[in-house]
Design a protein around this ligand. Sequence first.
Ligand code: HEM
Length: 537
Amino acid sequence: PKRRDEQAEPSRTESRQAADRERGKYLTTAQGVRLPDTDHSLKAGPRGPSLMEDFHLREKITHFDHERIPERVVHARGAAAHGTFRAYGNASSVTKAGFLQKGRETPVFVRFSTVLGSRGSADTVRDVRGFAVKFYTDEGNFDLVGNNMPVFFIQDGIKFPDVIHAGKPHPDVEIPQAQTAHDTFWDFVSLHTEATHHVMWAMSDRGIPRSYRTMEGFGVHTFRLVDAEGRTSLVKFHWKPVAGVHSLVWEEAQIAAGADPDFHRRDMADGIDAGAPLEYELGLQVLPDSDDEMFEGIDLLDPTKIIPEELAEVQLVGKLTLDRNPTNYFAETEQVAFHTGNLVPGIEVTDDPLMQARLFSYLDTQLTRLGGPNFTQLPINCPHAAVNDNLRDGMHQTLIHHGQAPYLPNSVDDGLPRTATEAEGAYVHRAVEVGGPKVRANPASFDDHFSQATLFWKSLSGIEKVHVIEAFTFELGKCFSTTIQERMLESLARVDAELCAAVADGLGLPAPDGTPAEDVTPSAALSQIPTGPGPIA
Ligand code: HEM
């Protein structure tokens, strides 16, 4: 771990670790007292009750009693690895971010996760996967907190508690596969048609990746890059796996979930141990900055939309290699704290209303999850850049700060930090114009909920289409409510008539009125699919 505050004494963690190494020969209490026996409590006679006076018994049991912290409210199930990001240097034309300049190597910690399952759930369930990268750059930590799908279910973060409540295990029995849990998810999705595009991705093979090493990653939102001259551009971040994109088929995913619930984390850990690192290239879709923040009719603030790669090429700007397993799952994977607000000069956020809510949510939840405001001092969260903040005290403070006047400006303490200029590396926000009436509303450009869902469907190969039809049929088939199934079919009808007809047939329901192609029958739909295994039973 790096020293977090250059003005402070070595942290307790560091001095403890040094001390532990020096006297590691003997088992001790937390106070450093050597122990003669850790298998027998101190008793009043061999058959007597244990004595209150047994400080070792009480310390050992008490510490054990408090070993757990709350799991993440979402993305609780995860696995992580250390590695390095090497920049090719071509991104310097669009951003001044130091870690993207030519030849720069930056340590990283990456946590992959599922969204809805608890910490002990299975890896291969159908779900979105988190792809969170912490870059320990010379200019401070930059977190790219992404997913393996490029769009999101909702356009405004105020609905995040709602979509998660609808998808998490049902609150009475906490069974994710309960009929009612399927009802709540599909109820939400069919009542919020903005979710349709993301649901198409989730029901596709992307929802059951074969391995973390064969997953793409996406920053989802549009970011604003700033170059050394202060020029700006808008950008979408992509991770492209060197091993290619590969998925499981549904039957494999189900078998793996039962036979080896650790399928993905085992694959990553074993691969790294065997000398096969996970590799990805970072890609940028660079778009012109503009007052309306639109590109080819696509609203760049709408997180339910992609920019098709045909319209803006993904330019590869660096390589991520994950080649070291964590030393301790709890200290690293469980305690790592990603935050979309961890930005470095040259990378800014936009006003995407999903991103805006995220900027509040991560720090807020970590205050509870990690027990107060000092979790940035945990070794896994420590920036590798020098830190000299005037933040003081609080639960779990591990630093011994010097001085008497932790405020600026002051004329009392010598040697306090001063603020930096932009030329000295300060993070200075671009002076982007904002304005307008105070309203609870979306722009009209957010109203198109289906065209990109259709685009996604049309981009699939025949067998991929069959998998999507099977997934919708299976998942909607678990719904208790026919009303919800019918409402979802209405959405699918607006995505594609063949898709809708095939799913309706699978559910034993009529395709809804208004399905455009009258002559479309499920078997006709499937016969048009070039490589599928045939009509679904
Ligand atoms: C956790 C991604 C939307 C709140 C995470 C994690 C990822 C992620 C990857 C796991 C981080 C880890 O490994 O520790 C995303 C993406 C989103 C999104 C890509 C949309 C594009 C949101 C929204 C909110 C939110 C809208 C709230 C308004 C949270 C919270 C956590 C979390 C509270 C748990 C963090 C922790 O306990 O450390 N998210 N998320 N997310 N996300 Fe999001």
